[in-house]
Design a protein around this ligand. Structure first.
Ligand code: GDP
Ligand code: MG
Length: 195
């Protein structure tokens, strides 16, 4: 199903000159099947082909500008974590992000535990850096098969010192808030650095 690739890999550069420092690399992490690609596709507007502002790159990377609090920001969202079980790729992912989205499914306890593991890995890879991380409990629409409560998710985020949101890619619920939240987190850190 994921046939959204194109040859225009070099057009990454063409997304504007003065907005360059506003291009943020966001990496999606998480177990297979939790909904990473679904969230990324919604962000990329792939389900809405009318949207000409959206470019799709090979390796399932989505480039899109969004206006948050009256200011434009460009996000480059990478859905490449699972491309293969490649150690090199995983190391790159841990190094290259300006922000991370760690996704689990609220219907899958094991994916929740994996999310904690990923958080620890990330901390190890980026020791002294204060990178924005958002823990995402996806599939909140599947009420009957829920295995992880909102409280558990929230508590985990407190322990891991990151933001938390529950989403439903199926219902498009909170997906916009998720990506806007990332931009706000990145900006907060930039502002406090400049003071
Ligand atoms: P990935 O492996 O993390 O990229 O997960 P996918 O985005 O491929 O999603 C895996 C499966 O879960 C697909 O069948 C999706 O349709 C389904 N899925 C993803 N998000 C949701 C959601 O929020 N609710 C429900 N009910 N299904 C979802
Ligand atoms: Mg996927």
């Amino acid at each position: 199903q994921e046939s959204w690739t194109s040859d225009s890999s070099d057009s990454v550069i063409s997304s504007g000159s003065d907005s360059e420092d506003q291009l943020f690399k966001v990496i999606l992490l998480g177990e297979h099947g939790v909904g990473k690609s679904s969230l990324a596709r919604i962000f990329g507007g792939v389900e809405d082909l009318q949207d000409v502002d959206c470019f799709i790159f090979p390796g399932n990377t989505y480039d899109r500008s969004i206006v948050v609090d009256g200011e434009e920001a460009s996000l480059l969202v990478f859905d490449i974590w699972e491309q293969d079980d490649n150690h090199w790729l995983h190391n790159q992912c841990m190094k290259m992000g300006d922000a991370y989205v760690i996704v689990y499914s609220v219907t899958d306890k094991a994916s929740f535990e994996k999310a904690s593991e990923l958080r620890i890995q990330l901390r190890r890879a980026r020791q002294s850096e204060d990178i924005p991380i958002i823990l995402v409990g996806n599939k909140s629409d599947l009420v009957r098969s829920r295995e992880v409560s909102v409280e558990e998710g929230r508590a985990c985020a407190v322990v891991f010192d990151c933001k938390f949101i529950e989403t439903s890619a199926a219902l498009h619920h909170n997906v916009k808030d998720l990506f806007e939240g990332i931009v706000r987190q990145i900006r907060l850190r930039k502002d406090s650095k400049e003071d």
